[in-house]
Design a protein. Structure first.
Length: 366
């Protein structure tokens, strides 16, 4: 192999020849349009890296057993995706140098193309585990897969990509939840003979601790409340918090029953006893997934504000409601809901119920 040059290794000339737009001639385009094309190409490259990282993380959890040392790689991968998303958010500042009038000069040529047709963005949502039933209709047609067809209704490379992703199971969410289901709680695994009794014991002790914490908070609130405040309403509010936590940790069959109960208990267990050596990396992974989803939500919100700043609330080039559609996705498209919900349940370190088998989570000699 001959000694490589930098420009050969990353194909500089090929990259710099891809900003010609529909005319395939950059010389015919204004700087504004070349910037618009370039930024979106950069997004697609970032999305490619995100897909690679998310697939590797998902694959880590697909096995029947996840070694402790593999979790550090998963946590690092999640962190990389978060940093990439943060850079994607930064790029909206570049887009905002485009004024409304300058954008309108070339916007019509895009119609009916739309950023919604980014196959890789749809792939990321599918890989993460977005529920198909929660998808917001794009426009008059509604079905997001139809929107990925060519405008003569024939198949497209975008549709092929997304359909292939739909077949690539499990999602990251499902793979992580399968791992959580298998996670031993207070030293007792899901397939152990005493699994049910062990889970009941852990949840009973935790709910008692949580109830005590809520009563403590209520006492402080009543002690420091203004004299004319309605104490009855306050008492009801705290009792409702107790009831909601109990319902969350004892889901009905319509929410997944015993399987969902154990998954939620595992999340709570990992966060509560995170100081134990073998729970340190699991906690890092779960916290990383929350940060990833938070950053993704901020990305969607930032996207909406950028679009509103540049074009206001016009109908999107692809027929969507434009900014309203983007705002809805930021509000609705959530995947790791249980990881967020557990934040409501956690208690102070001093109130944490003691474990029966803490030594199970210590370092072991080879």
């Amino acid at each position: 192999m001959k000694a490589p040059n930098y420009w050969d290794y990353i194909h500089v000339e090929e990259l710099l020849g891809l900003q010609g737009g529909l005319e395939n001639d950059e010389a015919q385009l204004a700087n504004d349009e070349v910037m618009f094309i370039t930024v979106h190409q950069i997004y697609e490259l970032w999305f490619k890296l995100m897909l690679r990282e998310l697939t590797s993380i998902r694959n880590c959890f697909k096995g029947e057993k996840v070694a402790e040392q593999e979790l550090s790689s998963a946590a690092r991968g999640v962190r990389r995706v978060v940093v990439i998303l943060q850079r994607c958010i930064d790029h909206f500042q570049v887009m905002e140098t485009l004024t409304t009038r300058e954008y309108m000069a070339f916007r019509d040529k895009l119609m009916p193309a739309s950023g919604f047709q980014s196959a890789q963005m749809r792939q990321i949502e599918i890989l993460l585990g977005l529920d198909e039933a929660e998808r917001i209709p794009l426009g008059p047609g509604g079905n997001y897969l139809d929107a990925l067809r060519s405008h003569d209704k024939s198949r497209s490379s975008a549709l092929d990509r997304v359909e292939k992703q739909l077949e690539d199971r499990p999602s990251l969410k499902n793979a992580v939840e399968e791992w959580l289901y298998r996670t031993p709680i207070d030293g007792v695994g899901a397939n152990d003979s005493e699994a049910s009794e062990g889970l009941d014991a852990f949840l009973d002790s935790y709910l008692a601790a949580h109830s005590g914490e809520v009563d403590r908070a209520l006492g402080l609130a009543l002690e420091r409340i203004l004299p004319d405040a309605d104490q009855g309403v306050l008492r009801q509010r705290y009792e409702a918090e107790k009831a909601s936590v109990k319902a969350f940790l004892n889901p009905g069959d319509d929410e997944g029953g015993e399987r969902r109960r154990r998954i939620r208990a595992s999340i709570l267990f990992i966060h509560t006893y995170r100081e134990l050596p073998l729970l340190a990396w699991p906690r890092e992974v779960l916290d990383g997934l929350v940060e990833l989803e938070q950053t993704f939500t901020i990305f969607r919100q930032r996207h909406a504000r950028m679009v509103e700043r540049v074009i206001g609330r016009r109908t999107g080039t692809g027929g969507s409601t434009g900014v309203d559609y983007l705002d809805q996705t930021a509000l609705t498209y959530r995947v790791f809901r249980d990881l967020w919900a557990v934040r409501t349940i956690q208690v102070r370190l001093e109130a944490t119920p003691p474990l029966r088998n803490p030594e199970f989570y210590g370092f072991r000699n080879a």
